[in-house]
Design a binder for this molecule. Structure first.
Ligand code: HSE
Length: 307
């Protein structure tokens, strides 16, 4: 999307939730999901960025908000005022890409307030730089399945066409920030584990491209991050088994967790119910979603503002 900024007009755009890693593709694979935060940005006189968030609870307000921080990165020292409203449907600290959505929203909103908005390639680079890893950001911006790598300031990213896919996400009510979940990871891993992950990550991409859920089941196995992170997810092994018994093919942690993602060709509602029951038995009530893959990524429109 590239609406041109006109001061009396506002903008509305939306950014999807994302699931990262997809098992063995740690920090590299991402996929957008059809659950969106909707953002409106109205330029106003002055230099305050006035943010109102509805829907999500527990997000910091004002200049501490991740979206406002990302806007400031784009705006630099420029004195620009705006009223920003976010209707947030992506739960924070969930493993469903709420940080990436906030950062992508922030760089987009900041760019729309410039006389000379950033090119999409610069938006994505800046968003990845702020996030620190590219998987969620790439999928949130481009939609669909994305493969990306960010090495020494160079971003490589591609969107990969997939078959129609629906997933089940279950989010248990537990505290698990991405920062804590990254801190839980080992500093180094054995070469054989790294090699196994590389092969499986490539096979996961092929499985999603071809809609081969049997291959996905066998390939969506990780030995870099899931073993450490699953300890923070109540009843993880039993939850995976319950989803499989209800018909799921592949099951893994969504992003850094604590959400769990299950892939299946049918029986999504039954899988969601089985995940809820298994989490409840482990002492953690869970919310569930059945979501198709989002194919659009960041999308937007211009609207008549009230200023
Ligand atoms: N690849 C990231 C991780 C996604 O697993 O930590 C979460 O932001």
């Amino acid at each position: 999307m590239t609406p041109s900024p006109v001061s009396e007009l506002g903008y509305r755009f939306s950014v999807p939730a994302t699931t990262a890693n997809l098992g063995p593709g740690f920090d590299s694979l991402g996929m957008a999901l059809a659950l969106r935060n909707v953002i409106s940005v109205q330029p106003v006189p002055g230099e305050a960025l006035d943010l109102k968030v509805t829907g999500a609870v527990g997000l910091p307000a004002g200049e501490d908000n991740l979206m406002v921080k990302a806007m400031r990165r784009v705006l630099g020292e420029r004195k620009v005022g705006a009223q920003i409203e976010v209707s947030a449907h992506i739960p924070p600290a969930s493993g469903m890409g709420s940080s990436a959505a906030a950062i992508v929203s922030g760089v987009m909103a900041g760019s729309l307030l410039l006389d000379d908005p950033l090119e999409p390639a610069d938006l994505i680079k800046l968003a990845v730089e702020i996030e620190g890893h590219p998987d969620n950001v790439a999928a949130a911006m481009l939609g669909g399945l994305t493969a990306s790598s960010y090495v020494d300031g160079t971003l490589l990213v591609r969107r990969i066409p997939t078959e129609n896919i629906r997933v089940v996400i279950a989010l248990p009510k537990v505290e698990a920030s991405t920062a804590d979940q990254r801190a839980a990871l080992p500093d180094s891993v054995p070469l054989k584990d790294a090699a196994a992950n590389i092969g499986r990550a490539v096979l996961v991409v092929e499985a999603l491209r071809a809609g081969d859920l049997g291959l996905l089941r066998d390939a969506m196995v990780d030995c870099l991050h899931v073993p450490a992170r699953s300890e923070a997810i109540p009843g993880y092994e039993a939850v995976v088994r319950a989803a499989q018994s209800a018909g799921a093919q592949a099951v893994t942690i969504s992003g850094a967790g604590p959400a769990v993602i299950a892939f299946a060709g049918s029986r999504h509602r039954q899988i969601a119910a089985a995940l809820e029951t298994a989490f409840r038995s482990a002492g953690a009530p869970a919310r569930t979603w059945v979501l198709p893959v989002d194919r659009d990524g960041l999308r937007g429109e211009q609207f008549e503002g009230e200023a």
